[in-house]
Design a protein around this ligand. Sequence first.
Ligand SMILES: Cc1cc2nc3c(=O)[nH]c(=O)nc-3n(C[C@H](O)[C@H](O)[C@H](O)COP(=O)(O)OP(=O)(O)OC[C@H]3O[C@@H](n4cnc5c(N)ncnc54)[C@H](O)[C@@H]3O)c2cc1C
Length: 261
Amino acid sequence: MLPELGLVRSDDLDGVLAAVDYDHAPYAGGTELVPAMGLGLRRPAAVVDLKRVEALRGIDVDAGAATVTIGAAVTHRRLSDHPAVREHLPTLAAAASRVGNARVRSTGTVGGNLCFAEPRSDLGCVLVALGATAEVRSARVTRTLSIDELIVGAFETSLEPDEILTTIAVPFEPPGMSYWKLQSYERPTLGVALVVSESRWEVTVGAATERPTRAVLAAGDTAGLAAFVDGLELSDDMTGPPEYKRSVLRSHLGRNLGATA
Ligand SMILES: Cc1cc2nc3c(=O)[nH]c(=O)nc-3n(C[C@H](O)[C@H](O)[C@H](O)COP(=O)(O)OP(=O)(O)OC[C@H]3O[C@@H](n4cnc5c(N)ncnc54)[C@H](O)[C@@H]3O)c2cc1C
């Protein structure tokens, strides 16, 4: 049972920013927040609806800067279906199209995914691999953070209680990018984003790590790759022990980088 709860609604960003604080939690799709409140893990006095704010729902392309800017309240469904995202960020669009189930994709948002910081996420891993940055705002201040600086641990961000994530700026996808996930339940068990060129291997591992973890190596540096894989702290949960996940990761990297990690 949910306790009695207030609802703050505003059509403009300033109205939302004036309302958000520790007792007034941002609320987008509610796919994480509502179950967390039901379990008593989160007890705000009120939720502040972000979905009505136009500034949080845009998807804009800046061809000059080769960047797509995505509003925090954009749903997974809209992200995966949007022509500009499919054109410039095809790996992100494909990852969004495979999030959870139809209900989560049509109500869950990019911002809710990143700000809940549940490790078993696809989008965090892909956005770290793409070098995306997050704009964070409160009534006091505006900050720009890498996704790495935003997600600081499992279920932990660097957001202050009065701050919200407003937009994510994502550089156009580079050639040689791929994302693969191992998934046996609704959320991913292991996610691997690769950006491979003649000179570099960029490897980002998510879902089994507390937060997406990235290594940039010279192409062919199999020793460096092995050290990265061996050094990862992988989760031990109902989807399998760390050594199982490490072995799947080694095999995926071996197949895709032509290396025995
Ligand atoms: C059954 C299930 C399966 C799933 N499978 C996958 C999967 O395969 N891959 C994957 O990547 N994800 C998966 N997810 C996670 C899913 O992507 C998130 O639940 C969803 O994106 C959260 O968005 P929301 O808008 O519902 O967030 P909400 O529940 O509204 O909010 C989540 C948290 O973030 C805060 N918040 C929300 N928006 C902002 C903002 N703009 N600024 C600051 N704080 C904010 C809220 O206060 C709350 O603490 C799954 C979830 C479920 C329930």
